[in-house]
Ligand binder design. Sequence first.
Ligand code: CA
Length: 179
Amino acid sequence: MNKTLILVVEDDRSVQNLMITTLKTHDYRYLTAMNGEEAILEASSHNPDIILLDLGLPDMDGIEVIRKIRTWSNVPIIVISARSEDMDKVDALDAGADDYLTKPFSVEELLARLRVTERRLAAGPGEQTSSSVFVNGKLRIEYSAGCAYLEDEELHLTPIEYKLLCLLSKNVGKVLTHT
Ligand code: CA
């Protein structure tokens, strides 16, 4: 059974549905985000294995999303762009995207890109593991388990509190905006 967790970032419902249906029928696990803010929050709190990222998002440029995620994570990002956004695609690769798909794409093409990325993940050194636990003083966060501890005692956080803690922990020393 395929346990790869995919974060699907796409504001176009029909494209999102196509991707989700494809992932479901091929036993992938998935998360969804409709905009950039959600994408960053989901990526920081759930540590997906692969991110499928639409470049044309309602709240911010997809390239901005890549830059933000790249400040703490090497997660493979596959950019999805319309043909008219060809220059954006180049910028996206420069910003740290790993691969791209051009709309409209076929289901087979999507699956092929995912397989290539998975092979790369399997072959690479376990660079994900170093970032799966965060320790700062008495605070410890185990991202993969979704648990946080203070002096080895588990913290009981609401999902929003946990997401905020993850986001803050991945931006140590930085000032974050309210949103
Ligand atoms: Ca879009």
